[in-house]
Design a protein around this ligand. Structure first.
Ligand code: PMP
Length: 453
């Protein structure tokens, strides 16, 4: 049960224990945690103690309405009882890691297939990175072609196969709207190799790139709703156009639905936009907070994995605890599809509309974009109708203003990520009353935050 019903204001002085805990962590963990995005230099310290439903508590007992939901996976909220029961049953009655085929992994695969008709056969992974890497290798193996196209601002994990510098400075991006990938990190010897990156939502740039590359392109991989550069939905018809072009060019279309799967619709963006990719990568929400990725496709495409041409596997892939968690999440989704997704879209729209109204009333330049429970409230340097690609964010967004805004809200008991490249994520546990509270707090903080007294 939630111990306190209102997310308490977190006075800045009470963040001290988080700072102490973080200082201690920094002695053993680089920057105090295991992922750079969680400990950026401009993060206000928050060391988490526990979560329940839509709430999160830090080590001082400060309560936050959580609008980050662990970067998306917690579609049922923190600590959903169905998932806990399923995991405990699996661990106590069957074991956590068996090292053999299990019935629970078969059932999870069958349930994923019910929601994703584009998938006949699949393999589980433990991370999104493994699944996207597998998907790209699959496309190259099946087509026998070397090159791959990605889109600016899209992130597909940190492997050498796919890690493009997705938040590159504008000055590093090619004027013509497409060009070779830029290595995402040091130490990868110039990889990703044979990867080209094209502006999102720009069909002309995509066609020009294809023309230049000729018949050497195995496929293109995309986040069907861009979610690593804030929320940037595809323009109407864009995914359908890509589908047609990829079919015409004998190349495969890969949807990286790590964020969008069972988030924007039960069957992900492919259901929401009614476009069937050749290869699907799903994860995050389906695992409900347990490390799950999955790469799936038709029987014909998966034949190269079945016959052993393409290696796909890992010790923890299909881990039984993860499978038990995923089964519980999928059971809820399958049983409550209609209600659950109309609720997720209703609270997402409520938040987006409410924030738009507050910013407009206070004369604060902004663009708010959402696809259901994926929401971005971009603070811009000037009013704009929309942001349609990564370069728009770099040109028009005010990142410092957003950090100041986030700090004020964190102190007021509302958590979302301080970098506006990260969307806000809502869950089935977020009520309309939660969103009312979020909007009240934003309304209260806006005047002092933006000197609008
Ligand atoms: N693809 C997308 C769209 C993602 O958002 C992420 C992670 N945020 C990944 C792939 C990589 O997933 P992981 O961190 O589990 O490797």
């Amino acid at each position: 049960m939630i111990r306190s019903t209102t997310a308490g204001m977190a006075p800045s002085s009470t963040l001290t224990s988080s700072q102490e805990a973080l200082d201690r962590a920094c002695e053993s963990l680089v920057c105090g945690d295991s992922s750079t995005m969680r400990v950026l230099p401009y993060h206000l310290p928050l060391v988490a103690d526990r979560g329940e439903g839509s709430r999160l508590w830090d080590v001082d007992g400060n309560e936050f309405i959580d609008l980050n939901m662990a970067y998306g996976p917690l579609i049922l909220g923190h600590c959903p009882p169905q998932v806990i029961e399923s995991v405990l049953r699996q661990m106590s009655e069957h074991g956590s890691q068996l090292g053999f085929p299990t019935e629970v992994s078969t059932r999870v695969a069958e349930k994923i297939k019910m929601l994703y008709p584009s998938i006949d056969l699949l393999r589980f992974t433990s991370t999104g990175t493994e699944a996207t890497t597998g998907a790209v290798r699959l496309a190259r193996t099946v087509t026998g072609k070397p090159k791959m196209i990605q889109f600016e601002g899209h992130y597909h994990g940190s492997s050498d196969t796919v890690f493009n510098r997705y938040h590159a400075p504008l000055s590093d991006l090619p004027a013509k709207g497409y060009g070779p990938a830029i290595p995402g990190t040091s130490g990868i010897n110039g990889a990703p190799h044979e990867v080209y990156v094209v502006r999102w939502n720009d069909i002309d740039a995509f066609l020009a790139c294809l023309e230049e590359l000729g018949d050497s392109v195995a496929g293109c991989i995309m986040e069907p709703v861009a979610g690593n550069t804030g929320v940037i939905p595809p323009k109407p018809g864009f995914l359908h156009q890509l589908r047609e072009i990829t079919l015409d060019h004998d190349m495969l279309m890969i949807f990286d639905e790590i964020i969008t799967s069972s988030r924007v619709a039960p069957g992900g963006a492919q259901e929401y936009y009614d476009v069937q990719p050749d290869i699907s990568v799903v994860g995050k929400a389906i695992g409900g907070g347990y490390p799950l990725g999955c790469v799936g496709a038709s029987k014909e495409i998966m034949e190269v994995v079945r016959d052993g041409t393409l290696f796909q596997g890992g010790v923890y892939s299909g881990n039984a605890v993860v499978m038990a968690a995923a089964e519980a999440v999928l059971d809820v989704i399958l049983a409550e599809k209609e209600d659950m997704y109309s609720h997720l879209h209703a609270v997402g729209d409520q938040l987006a509309d409410g924030v738009r109204e507050i910013f407009s009333r206070n004369g604060i330049p902004h663009v708010v974009q959402n696809v259901g429970p994926m929401v971005s409230m971009f603070l811009t340097k000037e009013d704009r109708e929309g942001l349609y690609e990564y370069r728009d964010l770099r040109k028009y967004c005010d990142f410092d203003k957003y950090i100041a805004f986030q700090h004020a809200l964190q102190r007021a008991g509302i958590y979302f990520h301080p970098n506006q490249f990260e969307p806000l994520f809502l869950s089935r546990a977020h009520s309309r009353a939660d969103i009312d509270t979020v909007l009240e707090r934003i309304d209260a903080e806006v005047p002092c935050c933006f000197n609008k007294n």
